[in-house]
Design a protein around this ligand. Sequence first.
Ligand SMILES: NC(=O)c1ccc[n+]([C@@H]2O[C@H](COP(=O)([O-])OP(=O)(O)OC[C@H]3O[C@@H](n4cnc5c(N)ncnc54)[C@H](OP(=O)(O)O)[C@@H]3O)[C@@H](O)[C@H]2O)c1
Length: 273
Amino acid sequence: MTQQVRQKEVAMAKIGFIGMGNMGQAMLKGLEGVVDKADILFTDAHKEKARQIFHDTGVMFSESNAELASKCKYIVLAVKPVVYPTVLKNIADIVKPGHVVISLAPGISIEQISNRLGGDARIVRAMPNTPALVGMGMTGIAYNEKDFSQEEIADIDQIFGALGRFQKVDEKLISAVVCASGSSPAYVYMFIEALADSVVKYGMPRKQAYEFAAQAVMGSAKMVLETGAHPGKLKDDVCSPGGTTIAGVAALEQKGFRSAIFAATDACYEKAK
Ligand SMILES: NC(=O)c1ccc[n+]([C@@H]2O[C@H](COP(=O)([O-])OP(=O)(O)OC[C@H]3O[C@@H](n4cnc5c(N)ncnc54)[C@H](OP(=O)(O)O)[C@@H]3O)[C@@H](O)[C@H]2O)c1
């Protein structure tokens, strides 16, 4: 680790996670080696689970959400939206203007959270995804830059940079981020599973089929990100005239592959709102 990152670790105030489910654990894993364990705290609804996570990771947990809020500058709300009223009530008296509250929930605005916390709380809305667990996350972040110091902005960048890629977006785009990268890993897993099943049908051993399918997805994604080429052009490049790939593409078009994805995004967007 570079000296610069080390210095940053020491300077960084504590990060507290309220909720240690899928997303909390993915973020915790992503921050491993970037933020000192001693600078992270978490809570969970079930103490047995919290003790197990402490045992597995060495990261300490707090007895209550209020206690965690009193000890951490950055408070990450990693609970389901339905639990927000309870959690915001738990921490409302503790959160001061010096805190930065990071909300991961779809459908709950910065204004709504700020109002619940007394009006002057500073809120960051972030929409990460579970590939953060392997440092390959994608996060959309929305906040009002004028309310944050340069050091705080650097800390926020460091937290989400540790999880993979991130981009600042307008808050009105957060629901689109939910569709593009928050929920879409589930569709990609379905695609990998289906592709693997379809070649198991032709004799490929299952384990091998998952590796072939997953690597094809990862390689194709890297091609889009690293060449900057239009995905349509990259698709055309694979399709020799009269060849195998265009035959597969034609079958996908016939089965409504693209319109199925539009329908998934419409359903996801409606729910995210
Ligand atoms: N999963 C994703 O891919 C994803 C992607 C982007 C954003 N998000 C957002 O991230 C947030 C968390 O999602 P998730 O998938 O991590 O949910 P999750 O797996 O259900 O985790 C939520 C955690 O919060 C704990 N919890 C419940 N009530 C609590 C309370 N009052 N105080 C402290 N902890 C409490 C739960 O504990 P118990 O399980 O022990 O009850 C659980 O560990 C949600 O807003 C979600 O929309 C998730």
